[in-house]
Write a protein that binds this ligand. Structure first.
Ligand code: FAD
Ligand code: SF4
Length: 511
């Protein structure tokens, strides 16, 4: 038996400090990376997402070689490529009987199960790139009647001593400054032009390959400018620290026509595949606050996204998979409207959010939650259809993070781990937080006319339809009271308009 050991590194595990990589002796052992068709196509991933991951993998392989590692890299167009991760691993093992095989916990239950079911002598390593291990989260959740992100987040702040006074209380006297973070974009605000990274020769080669193999997937490859190396991802991060973070808090929830990024960091894709280190990001943001460079609502708001939401959704995913993926607490059964794949709708908010997604494989949180997500919630889309869409179209989408956000936060299909009530709203929220409604074909002030904003009637239709499930939710008491105070004729008109809109969607018509 060979003394050599093998580590299989997946496309979202491109970190030098990955435990499975650290377990190797670089001069003796082998690292295996494989671009496989199965992972690129089990949902129709955005071509820019495929290009991003393959190019980052190729750059990582080069970086490992320059650090003295021996790397076997299987490209997608290698004639011997079997097309699946497991088969590529088996092929490598057939060529050489390794003394040990190292793998790090994956970001997808499906992938981890297929590798575990194969009955190979794999040494599994925890993914230490996260701040809260699967076990720590399970211990935190054990015995609790209700799981809430806010309490998890406070505990992480205390455990890791982040933004605390010397006596352990939160800086600024509160754990959360969300109330300050809900401003619409003022007319004269100038979001920083996003940092663009020009594709190098490796990326150009990958772009050509993806164009050839995946041009039938939705989304354009035309303007790929995302970082694919650690150094460029750090440049993107530095750019955000200098130009975006100070205003991040204030305009975190704002939306604006033809402004896809506003004051957001755009780092999620790089972070999720390992080009950035979450500990460093949190420490940089905290340092910027202590140095007086950014206000507390920005620093705390940003840290809450990383230390709170990001770690929490991962915890929920691993705590409840695999049955989590089948939950459907609000019984959504409707097909996803076809315009989600094309952006061809007269609703300007959806046209903007989907159009920019097809163009850039990016939309910021509020677009995902309160535009594409809210609409899908109101019309009752079947969770698997919506989850597949989010998994396919966003460059940062991996199962552990996409699924709880979509199934849980957007569709409330898990019964409430990601929010104590569904994030449902009428067109009024979109009007308040964006300039989308100006120039929309629909009238946001109207709810029942033939040209009324579809979100308005669909919102009330949703509340009426879901009354048996949501009517006793204390956080929805106010809208239900408003509904009850309405004249019967108004309620009936809202219901009728909702029915008309849903019938149109069911007949395949775009709104
Ligand atoms: P910023 O707004 O600048 O936020 C900073 C960082 O905080 C993000 O980069 C991200 O790492 C983290 N973060 C913020 N909110 C969340 C959250 N709810 N869950 C996890 N991390 C969070 N994020 C993904 O990384 N992958 C996904 O597949 C994904 N799917 C989503 C689906 C839906 C329906 C919704 C509502 C949200 C989803 N998010 C997902 C969370 C969030 O929308 C993105 O992380 C964010 O838009 C990425 O852009 P940014 O880097 O500019 O983030
Ligand atoms: Fe969206 Fe309604 Fe506003 Fe049009 S009027 S942009 S559909 S919220």
């Amino acid at each position: 038996m060979s003394q050599r050991q093998l580590a299989l590194i997946l496309g979202d595990q491109l970190s030098f400090n990955l435990p499975s990589l650290q377990a190797l002796n670089p001069a003796r052992d082998l690292v295996l990376l494989a671009e496989v068709h199965e992972e690129a196509s089990h949902v129709p991933h955005h071509p820019q997402k495929i290009a991003f991951i393959f190019s980052a993998m190729r750059h990582f392989a080069e970086a490992l070689r320059s650090r003295g590692y021996q790397v076997h890299y299987v490209t997608l167009d290698d004639p011997a490529n079997s097309g699946s991760l497991l088969d590529e691993l088996q092929r490598q093992l057939a060529a050489e009987p390794f003394a040990a095989i190292h793998l790090c916990e994956t970001g997808d239950w499906r992938v981890e199960k297929s590798l575990k079911d194969a009955d190979l002598p794999i040494t599994w390593h925890a993914d230490t790139r996260f701040l809260c291990s699967r076990e720590r989260f399970a211990a935190w959740a054990a015995g609790k009647k209700q799981l809430r992100m806010e309490f998890f987040y406070r505990e992480q702040r205390k455990r890791l001593n982040i933004l605390l006074n010397p006596d352990g209380t939160p800086v600024g006297g509160a754990w959360n400054f969300d109330a300050d973070n809900r401003q619409a974009l003022p007319k004269n605000a100038k979001p920083p032009y996003p940092l663009r990274v020009a594709p190098d020769a490796i990326t150009e080669e990958v772009l050509a390959l993806v164009r050839q193999r995946f041009s039938h997937h939705y989304g354009t490859l035309d303007d790929f400018h995302y970082p694919v190396t650690h150094a460029d991802a750090e440049r993107l991060w530095g750019y955000f620290l200098d130009h975006g973070l100070a205003a991040f808090g204030d305009y975190q929830d704002a939306m604006a026509c033809d402004e896809p990024y506003l004051f957001h960091a755009r780092i999620s894709a790089a972070l999720n595949i390992g080009l950035l280190d979450v500990r460093q990001l949190i420490s940089d943001v905290e340092a910027a606050y202590w140095a007086g460079r950014v206000p507390l609502n920005a620093a705390e708001g940003f840290i809450r996204q990383l230390l709170g939401w990001r770690e929490y959704v991962r915890g929920i995913y691993w705590l409840h998979m695999p049955d989590y993926a089948h939950r459907n607490a609000l019984d959504g059964q409707r097909a996803l409207p076809a315009f989600y794949w094309t952006g061809q709708t007269r609703m300007r908010c959806l046209e903007q959010a989907i159009g920019q997604t097809l163009q850039t494989a990016y939309a910021h949180h509020i677009q995902r939650l309160m535009v594409t997500g809210n609409f899908a919630l109101l019309i009752g889309v079947a969770p698997p259809q919506l989850c597949d869409w989010y998994l396919a179209v966003y460059m940062d989408a991996f199962d552990w993070v996409e699924l709880p956000n979509t199934l849980g936060m957007v569709l409330h299909a898990d019964g409430g781990y990601l929010g104590s009530k569904p994030y449902c709203s009428s067109g009024q929220y979109i009007k308040r937080m964006s300039d989308y409604c100006q120039g929309c074909a629909y009238d946001v002030r109207d709810s029942t006319g033939s040209n009324a904003c579809p979100f308005n009637a669909l919102y009330w239709h949703f509340l009426m339809r879901q009354r048996p499930r949501l009517g006793k939710n204390p956080r929805l008491a106010m809208p239900y009271r408003t509904l009850d105070k309405m004249a019967d004729s108004k309620r009936q008109a809202l219901w009728a308009r909702g029915e008309t809109l849903l019938a149109k969607l069911d007949s395949g018509e775009a709104l």
